[in-house]
Ligand binder design. Structure first.
Ligand SMILES: Nc1ncnc2c1ncn2[C@@H]1O[C@H](COP(=O)(O)OP(=O)(O)O)[C@@H](O)[C@H]1O
Ligand SMILES: [Mg+2]
Length: 511
């Protein structure tokens, strides 16, 4: 058989190393990327994926190692070197000028290749048609949605002649329908002979779209696999380097001491329409009560009423035997309610404040945040350091802003903060939504430890495996009512699903 061009890899990286002050971002990286394939690069946050791709795009210079593109060894000292040999990159954060058109954005910086004008306009139309991008060269970028902006970025690198295209976490900013559309675009690009390198830490996505997968852990390549050879769990374990704990509960720690009791609770909206109807339940020390439901069936309202952000129309809330129904949120929290909010960006964190100030947030009346009547920055700082290490929050330091942390690390920080004030009730609202697998496992561990320590835990989640794995009891909420109760040991996701949609009327009387 003759050696055809296809046999020459699009990219060969050998022994790539890169240090930053105090950090080894990459070491001994070896990757071979076959021409005309979609190659996924997966790894936890901070694993070194972006650094590696910046090296391949000429943005960063490696300290060691070699790069070969289409069989030729290259030395890249800037993105224009990479573009000249057909390598383009779409960054995690788009770099488009909002008040310019698609045409202007695409041509911006590439005037040497083609002057702005009808030629450029026609070529953009052509590329858009070829790959199904559905973009008009004369549309203003500020009028485009996120998915469309991303296609402009891809079009921009195609316009510059890229045959090898790197996309850094392209799906992080997209909703599911947009992800599907992007994958269609990627497959189309591949069918027309392009090579795609796609960074992600969403494993289902990677398994659905990639031809090959390289796993990077702590700066180095640890595995190279095909999607057919692994499942999401195995891939996750390769990423984190250990067997992941499943959420499954160990032996029961449920006691007969009731910590939270909700009696005949009803909540109305501003027009008097009922939002919560006849809610009754109790959570004991050492018990996790899971609430399953299709989003928007009263979960948020239930949590907000228990925490005191909304005031019930009728009914009683008891915390450790004391009625708290009329208490302020602050007083409830001071008495022992920890809260992991559903939307950590709106309710859990001040994104632009340093971590140590976020330590104080919601805890501004108690040590170590205060000393006597005064705020106590040194106390808050010391305790932030403790949380960072005890909860494995990966951050350069306690003065780093919350925004600079990955979602998983933000969430680990919130869990650490909430657990630090010795709550008796922990309300966890979608605690692992949008976080990577390593952080998810860590958060499950913390919730299990809270249960073991004798807290009552109210867990709201859309992840049925998480609910089944962690809860001692699961209740289903539908249109503001608790309609069914299940034992997680015996319930199936299908049964939960039917109760959640009301398809399973028989379950109504189970409890
Ligand atoms: N320009 C830089 N200066 C200093 N440290 C950096 C720089 N870029 C990345 N790092 C560090 O290198 C490590 C790998 O980062 P990165 O390549 O961005 O990881 P990933 O993309 O896998 O999340 C991290 O510890 C990060 O903080
Ligand atoms: Mg990255």
């Amino acid at each position: 058989m003759t050696k055809d061009l296809q046999a020459v890899p699009a990219i060969e990286l050998r022994g790539i190393g890169k240090r930053f002050p105090g950090v080894i971002a990459n070491h001994d990286i070896d990757i071979t990327i076959t021409s005309g394939t979609i190659h996924a690069l997966v790894g936890e946050n901070g694993a070194g994926k972006s650094t590696l791709m910046k090296i391949l795009y000429g943005v960063q210079k490696p300290d060691s190692g070699t790069i070969a593109v289409n069989g030729h060894q290259v030395s890249l000292s800037s993105p224009s070197d990479a573009i000249a040999i057909g390598v383009g990159m779409v960054f995690q954060h788009f770099m488009l000028a909002d008040n310019f058109t698609v045409l202007e954005n695409v041509v911006l910086g590439a005037e040497k290749i083609a002057g702005i004008g009808d030629d450029a306009r026609n070529r953009i139309r052509q590329i858009s048609d070829d790959y199904g991008f559905d973009l008009d060269p004369d549309d203003l970028v500020e009028d485009l949605g996120v998915g469309e902006r991303q296609r402009v970025e891809i079009l921009k690198v195609l316009y510059r002649g890229a045959k090898i295209i790197i996309l850094d976490e392209p799906t992080a900013v997209l909703v599911p329908q947009e992800v599907d559309a992007l994958f269609d675009n990627l497959r189309e690009l591949k069918d027309q002979g392009h090579t795609l390198i796609f960074i992600s830490h969403k494993l289902d996505e990677v398994l659905s779209v990639a031809d090959d997968i390289t796993v990077i852990r702590k700066g180095t390549t640890v595995a190279s696999v095909k999607p057919a050879e692994v499942n999401a769990r195995q891939l996750a374990e390769l990423m984190v380097g250990s067997v992941l704990p499943s959420p499954s509960t160990e032996g029961s720690t449920v006691t007969d001491k009731v910590l939270l009791e909700v009696i005949d609770l009803e909540l109305d909206d501003a027009t008097g329409r009922p939002e919560l109807v006849d809610i009754d339940f109790a959570i004991h020390a050492g018990e996790i009560l899971g609430i399953a439901g299709v989003e928007g069936n009263g979960q948020t309202e239930l949590v907000e009423t228990i925490i005191g952000m909304r005031r019930q129309a009728r009914g009683t809330i008891m915390l450790a035997g004391e009625e708290i129904s009329e208490w302020s949120t602050r007083r409830r929290r001071e008495t022992g309610v920890g809260y992991i909010p559903e939307d950590r960006h709106r309710h859990g964190l001040l994104l632009d404040a340093p971590l140590w100030e976020n330590r104080i947030l919601g805890h501004q009346t108690r040590p170590p945040s205060v000393k006597g009547p005064f705020l106590n920055p040194p106390g808050a700082k010391a305790d932030t350091g403790r949380i960072v290490s005890a909860y494995d929050v990966r951050t350069p330091g306690i003065t780093t802003t919350a925004r600079a942390l990955s979602g998983g690390n933000q969430q680990k920080f919130i869990v650490g903060r909430e657990m630090s004030s010795d709550p008796i009730l922990l309300i966890a609202s979608h605690p692992t939504r949008g976080v990577d697998v390593g952080a998810q496992a860590a958060i499950w561990g913390h919730i299990k430890r809270a249960r073991k320590a004798g807290l009552a835990v109210l867990l709201i989640s859309a992840d049925l495996d998480e609910l089944i794995g962690l809860s001692d009891t699961i209740k289903v909420i539908l249109r503001g009512k608790l309609v069914a109760t299940f034992d997680p040991q015996s319930v199936t996701p299908q049964q939960l699903g039917s109760a959640m949609t009301g398809a399973d009327a028989i379950s109504e009387e189970r409890s």
